[in-house]
Write a protein that binds this ligand. Structure first.
Ligand SMILES: C[S@@+](CC[C@H](N)C(=O)[O-])C[C@H]1O[C@@H](n2cnc3c(N)ncnc32)[C@H](O)[C@@H]1O
Length: 274
């Protein structure tokens, strides 16, 4: 993953994320209030190893000293990224039992764990479908798919796996970083656009969409599309998202499906005309 997130450690007509600032759901039970080492215990240093580059040594040091990585491991979470979804949920009240959720870019599975915890499919009748271009180990009640979001069959495969319209589409997809900022930026926006294409075909009215994007840049077209089809569009950078990372999340709620044109009406006729 590009930002080193791995820890290696109301059914029916629902709307998603309508409230702001509320927090609930079982997924937030061991919430995201993770403290830094705060001076207790010296930072772990990684020795220069044979064949280990400076950048991989730095990455390893950052992982070993990252309180979210440590906490993710302690809680048995597959990635530190799990805290970002918990924080999004605490802030916007996205998750609850009974929802049908599509989790794109799911591997290694932190978001899927948080979604499952909240949805509780067996008890509630909800569903969690997790998809990634890379293999992801199966997880309890989640449907796990190996799939490239750019594959032309992806929307159909995902719709079939969901079995009914989704309440929430999540995309934490990120490309492997090239180190070239504008290339990485374009690729991440491309992934968010592809996630939105899928969301527009699978979301139920009132549904929600969350996607990882890059701060300050060329997501204008994505935002314009979101504003057209959702009641509310906001940005949120979860506290657990590394400050030095340009990553942030765009959150769109209150999905408005496109109306099928009425063949009885001539083009341009106003919708509410008597
Ligand atoms: C930041 S990681 C996701 C972490 C995950 N949300 C978690 O909680 O563990 C980004 C993921 O996006 C996936 N990805 C990148 N390009 C993709 C594509 N074209 N289709 C599907 N998944 C993709 C990567 O394989 C990677 O697993």
């Amino acid at each position: 993953m590009s930002d080193g997130d791995s820890s290696d450690g109301k059914p029916g007509g629902r709307s998603v994320g309508g409230k702001s600032g509320g927090g609930k759901s079982g997924a937030g039970s061991e919430g995201a209030r993770v403290r830094s080492r705060g001076g207790r215990g010296a930072a772990i240093r990684v020795k220069r190893g044979k064949g280990r580059s400076i950048s991989s040594r730095r990455w390893l040091e950052r992982q070993l000293n990252d309180p979210y990585v440590i906490e993710a491991r302690r809680q048995g979470l597959r990635s530190r990224a799990a805290f970002k979804l918990r924080e999004l949920d605490e802030r916007f009240g996205l998750l609850r039992p009974g929802l049908r959720i599509l989790d794109l870019g799911a591997a290694p599975g932190g978001w899927t764990q948080v979604a499952l915890e909240a949805v509780q499919p067996a008890r509630s009748g909800g569903k969690v479908v997790a998809a990634d271009i890379n293999e992801m180990e199966g997880m309890g009640e989640a449907v796990v798919l190996l799939l490239d979001i750019f594959d032309e069959t992806a929307p159909v495969v995902l719709a079939e796996a969901l079995g009914a319209m989704a309440d929430l589409v999540l995309s934490d997809m990120a490309p492997a970083a090239t180190g070239h900022a504008s290339t990485d930026h374009l690729r991440i926006v491309g992934l968010a656009e592809a996630a939105l294409d899928v969301a527009l075909t699978v979301l139920a009215p009132g549904g929600g969409f969350v996607a990882k994007v890059w701060q300050g840049g060329t997501e204008g077209e994505l935002l314009a599309r979101l504003k057209l089809r959702f009641e509310k569009v906001r940005h949120f950078k979860p506290p657990s998202s590394r400050a030095e990372s340009a990553e942030t999340y765009v959150l769109a709620t209150g999905f408005r499906p496109e109306k099928t044109p009425d063949p009885e009406k001539t083009p341009g006729e106003a919708e509410d005309e008597a």
